[in-house]
Design a protein around this ligand. Structure first.
Ligand code: ZN
Length: 102
């Protein structure tokens, strides 16, 4: 088992811990931030601080898609608040899907 980040209990993050600490991710992340002009991409938000790069289709679904899950087209810059909201929606949709398969 790898080291678990103490500040994040989010399983979506924990499963990808090594990836999110890799040089590759840092490079991709910088490219996305530059493309998005270092602003949250949610219309009328435009926050420029505490930005995070979000996977539109989550990395946990990478085996279900035919494109590169870490491609720039699947990534978007969000502020901390919108990122939390987006992750919560992903987590909720995961729970709904689990329930459907029971
Ligand atoms: Zn925002």
């Amino acid at each position: 088992m790898g080291y678990r980040h103490p500040d994040r209990k989010n399983y979506l993050y924990e499963d990808n811990y090594d990836f999110y600490n890799s040089e590759t991710w840092l490079e991709i992340r910088t490219e996305v931030l530059e493309r998005d002009g270092y602003r949250c991409r949610i219309p009328e938000c435009d926050i420029t601080e505490n930005l995070q790069v979000h996977h539109i289709i989550p990395r946990m679904y990478k085996h279900l898609v035919e494109f590169d899950i870490d491609h720039l087209d699947n990534l978007i810059t969000l502020c901390n608040w919108h990122h939390k909201l987006a992750e919560r929606l992903v987590s909720l949709s995961g729970k709904i899907q689990e329930h459907r398969f029971l």
